[in-house]
Ligand binder design. Structure first.
Ligand code: ZN
Length: 395
């Protein structure tokens, strides 16, 4: 018992992997092998080494960036480190948690992977503490009591979805509003010392009130001055199965002149301006001390898979509508929506946008952002944009 406790504490402190109990994998009631998962932060992971022992391979490694492609029973699966999506036969599936890079190679979230695989292969899946049962739909399930399905082997978020979402239908949706930065991360600081994290929190709270009055359910990623990692923000939205994710920010430039409002969505950056905005917002990663993502150029390969591509069209429309509304209602120049590699957007399995409300580095706009009346104008404008999107696109 003490040993388990020590292993648990060590693994939580270091994010390291500790051995867990073995799990037998059954396909159509026949054993195809035994897996030895590892546990980290309370979640089960399985190495790609192990997956190919049951799935047969073959296996390919990308020349760089530790990306891997394996075949399991003929189905092609591509994993990338720090990416919560696996591409299975060409379609991205959410694993609930990012794939991690360890000294033993890629570690894949256990439950999330098998659920995704079952979905892609049209299999039914049942988790027990020591077995995983995959069965083709044609198999007769009558002998298996339905109640065993709740007996999940890990605490990974259990319900994952694919394209055919059934979230919050019939009502106005659940929206996660993300006030940028917070705690030890002040965000950008204006010429007179105004901090981005304070402005984003006020606007987000105003926006929450406004949207609740209009019938939406709203969750804020933070409602006080605390630090939250970028990954945890999108994780929360996925866990809640939010319909939309809106991250609120203030833009900044080394030059004094740049001004205006701008909506962003996830996509490889096409302009230096978009790249600069993403680099600015991704700086929070450096404060997180994440040993894997310690270099912003790492984002380029994460982007390569374009995992948010399922929602890219909707996200770009939402960013456009919000930007237009802010421009009109708050009388700020519309800079034109753009795609860029924002880390806070890349794990989201829903339309997700990042709004640079105005330039805090511009003296005039810094002042503008501090006035409660203007903060409300911006919040109302974002709410109007969300409403228009909801009525015309999402519904
Ligand atoms: Zn920001």
């Amino acid at each position: 018992m003490r040993k388990i406790l020590i292993i648990t504490i060590v693994s939580i402190l270091t994010g390291a992997f500790a051995q867990s109990d073995s799990i037998v994998v059954l396909r159509d009631n026949e054993s195809v092998g035994i897996l030895f998962p590892m546990v980290s932060d309370g979640y089960l992971y399985i190495s790609t080494d192990q997956l190919v022992t049951i799935g047969g391979g073959p296996r390919y490694f990308a020349n760089e960036k530790f990306k891997e492609s394996i075949r399991m029973w003929g189905t092609r699966i591509v994993f990338s480190p720090e990416n919560p999506f696996a591409v299975i036969d060409g379609t991205p599936y959410n694993l609930g948690l990012p794939v991690r890079l360890s000294k033993n190679g890629l570690m894949v979230p256990f439950t999330g992977f098998f659920e995704a695989f079952a979905l892609a292969a049209h299999n039914k899946i049942i988790f027990h503490t020591d077995t995983v049962k995959l069965s083709s739909i044609e198999q007769n399930f009558s002998e298996i009591p339905e109640t065993t399905e709740t007996e999940s082997v890990s605490q990974t978020p259990t319900k994952r979805e694919n394209k055919n979402s059934t979230r919050n239908e019939g009502k106005k949706g659940l929206i996660v509003i993300d006030p940028g930065h917070g705690g030890k991360d002040p965000g950008a600081i204006g010429p007179s010392g105004i901090r981005e994290k304070d402005i984003t929190l006020v606007i987000a709270k105003d926006l929450k009130n406004e949207l609740e009055n209009r019938g939406y359910k709203i969750i804020l990623t933070r409602d006080s001055d605390i630090f939250i990692s970028l990954a945890d923000r999108s994780k929360l939205a996925n866990k809640l199965k939010a319909d939309l994710f809106v991250s609120i920010h203030c833009n900044a430039s080394k030059k004094k002149e740049p001004h205006g409002t701008q909506g962003f969505y996830l996509s490889p950056a096409k302009t230096d301006e978009a790249r600069a905005a993403a680099a600015l917002e991704n700086k929070s990663l450096l404060i997180e001390n994440d040993p894997i993502i310690d270099n912003l150029s790492e984002l380029q390969y994460i982007m390569a898979d374009m995992v948010q591509s399922t929602y890219q069209r909707e996200s770009s429309i939402l960013s456009y509508i919000i930007e237009q509304n802010i421009s009109k209602e708050a009388n700020l120049e519309a800079r034109g929506p753009q795609g860029a590699g924002f880390y806070v957007l890349y794990g989201n399995y829903m339309p997700a946008v990042l709004i640079e409300t105005a330039f805090i580095s511009n003296k005039k706009e810094e002042k503008f952002l501090t006035l409660p009346n203007n903060q409300k104008k911006i919040a109302n404008a974002i709410a109007d944009g969300i409403d228009q999107f909801w009525e015309n696109i999402k519904k």
